[in-house]
Design a protein around this ligand. Structure first.
Ligand SMILES: [Zn+2]
Ligand SMILES: [Zn+2]
Length: 148
């Protein structure tokens, strides 16, 4: 049985927004507190869906996308007009794109729920983490790894 799933999102441009979609549920979802994610988004945390690369595609206005390499191995895609940072590609996860879930259309099901916090050592001092019972990892940890 193949389940039909699709999540759609895009940038904040009123005219000709960049649009993307993914058509399989994320391999996993996590909260990221690394300074790369937070500083570039201007947010205190990032909420990320790790999506199979083969199911992810840009569906409109790809010509407006720009890439910023926040590390030599970390490639962040954003709209060159409105500045919205929609997803990133990390060389160590070649088969996946990492999608910033808040850039999905709000009514859209992201296809999964966060299962952990990563890079807690980089947490902004003004952010208080909720008492949500999820594992908190000081650095990176894959889904299901023991808490560092
Ligand atoms: Zn835009
Ligand atoms: Zn991050």
């Amino acid at each position: 049985m193949t389940e039909s799933f699709k999540a759609v999102g895009g940038c904040r441009c009123d005219q000709n927004p960049v649009r993307y979609e993914y058509t399989s549920r994320p391999a996993e979802v996590h909260y990221c507190l690394c300074t790369d994610c937070t500083d570039i988004c201007g947010g205190a945390l990032a909420l990320i869906a790790v999506v199979d690369r083969s199911s992810f595609k840009i569906t409109a206005n790809a010509n407006k996308l720009k890439c910023f390499h926040s590390k030599a191995t970390c490639h962040r895609y954003f709209c060159s007009e409105c500045g919205c940072h929609m997803y990133l590609h990390v060389d160590s996860f070649p088969d996946f794109e990492l999608v910033h879930i808040p850039t999905l259309d709000r009514e859209c099901d992201p296809g999964g729920k966060p299962d952990r916090w990563v890079f807690v050592r980089s947490k902004h001092p003004l952010l208080t983490l909720p008492d949500d019972g999820l594992p908190r990892h000081q650095g990176w940890a894959n889904s299901g790894e023991p808490v560092a």
